[in-house]
Ligand binder design. Structure first.
Ligand code: FES
Length: 106
């Protein structure tokens, strides 16, 4: 489990990137926390810099959008999903449990 930040440091509508390999983006979507791979599956944009809309994040580079719950793209140009990761809050601190590396097959 990787500590991310205190819960109050990630208010609704915000995101944070953690420097794992590969990097992971953590989002607070209207109070629900989600973690997905930070790197867009289309090219190399950082999804933590994208725009949150409900449970979707829009890539800042070419506007593909991903469902934070599943990692699935909801529109082109992205075709492959990004991985999702478990988020746990313990003692007021957000933690991420990175998914196993092998579930990247599209
Ligand atoms: S890099 Fe994300 S849509 Fe192109």
């Amino acid at each position: 489990m990787i500590p991310v930040c205190r819960l109050e440091d990630l208010p609704a509508g915000e995101s944070v990137r953690i420097d794992t390999t590969p990097p992971i983006a953590v989002f607070n979507a209207d109070g629900e926390l989600y973690a997905i791979d930070d790197t867009c599956s289309h090219q190399d944009a950082s999804l933590s810099e994208g725009w949150l809309e409900g449970c979707l994040v829009e890539c800042p580079l070419h506007a593909a959008s991903f469902d934070l719950r599943t990692g699935q793209p909801t529109c082109l140009p992205a075709r492959r999903p990004v991985r999702t990761h478990e988020v746990v809050v313990a003692d007021g601190v957000i933690h991420v449990r990175p998914a196993a590396q092998e579930d990247t097959a599209a």
